[in-house]
Design a protein around this ligand. Sequence first.
Ligand code: ATP
Ligand code: MG
Length: 843
Amino acid sequence: MHDFIKTTYVLTTGYKFRVHIFLLESYLRLAPVSLHLGLTNDFQIRKLNCSAQLTEKISRSCAMDGSNLASDVVIAELVSMGFEISEARKAIKEVGPSLNNAIDFILGGCTKVSRKRALPDTGAQSVRGMRQSSIMDHLQSSKKPASPVSIPYSNEDWEVRANMLLQKHFGYPLLKRFQREALGAWIAQKDCLVLAATGSGKSLCFQIPALLTGKVVVVISPLISLMHDQCLKLAKHGVSACFLGSGQIDQSVQQKAMRGMYEIIYVCPETILRLIKPLESLAEQRGIALFAIDEVHCVSKWGHDFRPDYRRLSALRENFNAKKLPFLEFDIPIMALTATATIRVREDIIKSLHMSEDPMIVLTSFFRPNLRFSVKHSRTCSSSYEKDFRDLIDAYSNNTSQKYSKKTNMPLENMSVGTSSRDDICNGEERASESEEDDEDITTPKRRKLSVEYLEDESDLLIDVDDFDVTCGEFDGRTSTKDLDVCEGKTEGLTIIYVPTRKETLSIAKYLCRCGVKAAAYHAKLPKSQLRQVHKEFHENALQVVVATIAFGMGIDKLNVRRIIHYGWPQSLEAYYQEAGRAGRDGKLADCVLFANLSRMPSLLPNRRSEEQTRQAYKMLSDCFRYAMRTSRCRAQMLVQYFGEDFSDDSCHLCDVCVKGPPEQQNLKDEARILMQMIAAHYDKRRCMESSYDDDDYNHNIRMEKPNVKMFVCRIQEQNQQLETTDLLWWRGLVRILEDKGFLREGDDKAHVQIKYPEPTKLGLEFAFAETEMVQSFNVWPEADMLLSKSRPKSYSSFVEWGKGWADPEIRKRRLSRNRPWKQPRRTNKQTVRGRLAAKLSK
Ligand SMILES: Nc1ncnc2c1ncn2[C@@H]1O[C@H](COP(=O)(O)OP(=O)(O)OP(=O)(O)O)[C@@H](O)[C@H]1O
Ligand SMILES: [Mg+2]
């Protein structure tokens, strides 16, 4: 008899419940057995909390009937846990009809579990809409919720069992080391901060506890789209989950969640703060194994994606501790996870969340060895699209079916991929010229106007948590998987292009569509249904490129993203690395290219910030700017060191700097000293003047007249003919180098991306006024802007070179006719040879 047994526990009022056991003999013969158990004082099984002892009890009562029903109950449970039926039978034969002994026997002797997913049986639906429970779901239940460590295995066994569950549900053989450490912290009932690279598998750290204990794990996550993605994945792996958003209409999912119907509950921060009371009763009944706070860098004001609601999550520690809730044996552990937290952010997280005094910090390398980082100069405007996206278009057009015409004037309506929403996106009005550099895109015909929504040119710095039109959703672990990645291995993989403004998402998506690439725009102000559609098509590989603001991507786990292109300056290295981390999650080589206008300093996107936050935002932007400007250090090394990791001995061997090598070093001793002397002289003069005048107004004016880098450069060029060929761009690079060496500091109270009003430091003054012979050399690697400056009109960085230049008639002509955008037209002095020549040339 026997292959399948199902148990359904039905809660009835008055703390009574009825257990229906259906025996399905040889899949056909049905023999219902009903046991009515009245709750007595000594057998207080409360509400739905059934325990392993219950299994044993049922087994014993069945054994007393003289049938081998007991063995069947245990075998069925073992099968539903993913063990092979032959193993289960063998175990029962050896140890008798005891579930715990049987598991011990199997794990002890043979831990091999079928790779095939062993989903819980779906046949017997629960009564009154309740989820069917399995005995193991409630393994831990007792009158008082048991501690996560009191799973019926010794401390070593939890790891074996976790690996078994990992294999059973996710198909991976072993936990990664950092996952073991994070789980170990949880087992030890400790709060824990997990800092691990993007794509390293942080989600499993909080998903496994739900499977290990049968208690609920509550995950706080910043975006509905992210929760949706994770729930879909869990459903695929046979884990029941749901997500709750702030604008929830359907209360039923929330009610079911609070009754413990799902193993994992995803919830946004503001919603969880409303749910403290229901969560307390959930903790008392089914039990809460863990509070996980994903993307926890959102807690910190010093991070790149600050969400004020995350800061209020300290309520979790304040409400779910053993002092406040007497039924708890210990505080419910908090696990906070992120891939992008600097040391300052980490400290802020621990403090803000009121994590326990001695939280465990699980820190792994942030290094992603398969990501190839590079930086390219581009004006990042519509006239640069053709040059910048040529390779991308070529790569996809080789793989795109013939129906996508490569003609740029193809009617967009003819595109069959991309649904109606795509047409909307592709017909977005051409973006307005943003700057004096932004040329008219002559390849694009005028398009019909769209609604105001599409014409906004704002950034998505404040993303609403409800970024989807799904306010709540449930995934019972048996959901169809057709929505999930179906063909990860497609040749070219996917590309995400991140741009700073909403308007650019539309304009680039439109351009790519017109070139035959299956592209779509994504930004927070598009209709939510459309965003959902883009997500869906992205996961189904129906799209090749998504052009998005930062609204797309946090936490997204899609294996075959082969390229992340940033088109325009990111606002911080944290944001950059987080977004770049969407690439290469299958472990294969992937490209992360930053196209930025290296001739311009980036600016902060508009956002509501306090003065302190503005300062911090500038600091982060400045770090990002410097990352792109550096020409002599491995990009991956710079990135991981930014997050406090020691990576000094090695390099990635993949990035543009590693492959091309640094540029040749130059001795800029003369230029550096001229600049330093000029600045020092100004401050010396100023000090003299300030001390000799008492008049406040005069002093105020002096302060106001603080010269900026540009003014110093103009003066240098006026006074040193040999340096006329250098431009502001070049000098800005030198100022950064001098700042890095500690020779200059910012003289302004306001924050800037790089020094704007340079002041000499003591070290700088020593360098400026040291005897010439004492300063041997000043060998430096020119920064990217200095190289760019050189590659435009030829400039000279040493006097010798400069002198040679005058002998060359071409160079002489160019020098004399040089355009100085920051200068007023020069008055030519006809008394000098140079002046006469210039006057002649200007005719
Ligand atoms: N032990 C493991 N063995 C093999 N693969 C694993 C393991 N754990 C997780 N993975 C896989 O790693 C991938 C990334 O997982 P996950 O989305 O959790 O990354 P993450 O660390 O949260 O990244 P992010 O910071 O970008 O959100 C998933 O596809 C997951 O299945
Ligand atoms: Mg994640």
